[in-house]
Design a binder for this molecule. Structure first.
Ligand SMILES: CC(C)(COP(=O)(O)OP(=O)(O)OC[C@H]1O[C@@H](n2cnc3c(N)ncnc32)[C@H](O)[C@@H]1OP(=O)(O)O)[C@@H](O)C(=O)NCCC(=O)NCCS
Length: 150
């Protein structure tokens, strides 16, 4: 999909779905934003999310350059957000909020009633951001199992 998203604007930014050509810049942005982990391959994550139809990566551009991203997907009932990232020198000016709103709009358009996301408990800064933009912290224990043998 190449259309520009008519979603909540952040002044000076254009929102759209990530394209093939965005992959290296996306992986570099996630690295700079501290979101990559040795056990996750960002290139594989980008390819999987962009495969759709129940997931996508939304990006914000300024003068054509990648400024921020959010990965969003859903299982029908719950939507999930990952890789919300704003270029470090552009943080604190409303773009993170606007990207999150773009992800909410994408889920709302698919009648998904709830958005979930995971934050590491020691990440106080990001907890502060989500609280500031109206998210509730819910006490849950998360279970997981790797299916890829890692
Ligand atoms: C988290 C992140 C996406 C936020 O984006 P941002 O553009 O800096 O945030 P915004 O400017 O949109 O902030 C929105 C609101 O949150 C508030 N906020 C941001 N960080 C905050 C913090 N640490 N504590 C309290 N409030 C905070 C802002 O003051 C603002 O409130 P206001 O609109 O009332 O002034 C960005 O900091 C980032 O990319 N961090 C690194 C990657 C990361 O950790 N992503 C989250 C993965 S779960």
């Amino acid at each position: 999909m190449t259309e520009t998203l008519a979603t909540t604007a952040a002044e000076g930014y254009a929102f759209s779905h990530a394209q093939d050509t965005d992959t290296p810049a996306l992986a570099a942005l996630w690295e700079r934003a501290g979101l990559t982990r040795p056990w996750n391959d960002p290139l594989a994550d980008i390819a999987l999310a962009r495969r759709g139809p129940h997931s996508t990566i939304l990006v914000a551009r300024r003068d054509g350059a990648l400024a921020g991203s959010v990965m969003v997907g859903h299982d029908g009932h719950r939507g999930w957000v990952y890789y919300l990232a704003v270029e470090p020198d552009l943080q604190g000016k409303g773009l993170g909020r606007a990207l999150l709103t773009a992800a909410e709009d994408w889920l709302r358009a698919r009648a998904v009633p709830k958005l979930m996301l995971l934050v590491r408990p020691d990440n106080e800064a990001v907890r502060g951001f989500y609280a500031a933009v109206g998210y509730l912290e819910e006490p849950r224990v998360v279970f997981s199992r790797r299916l890829d043998g890692k």
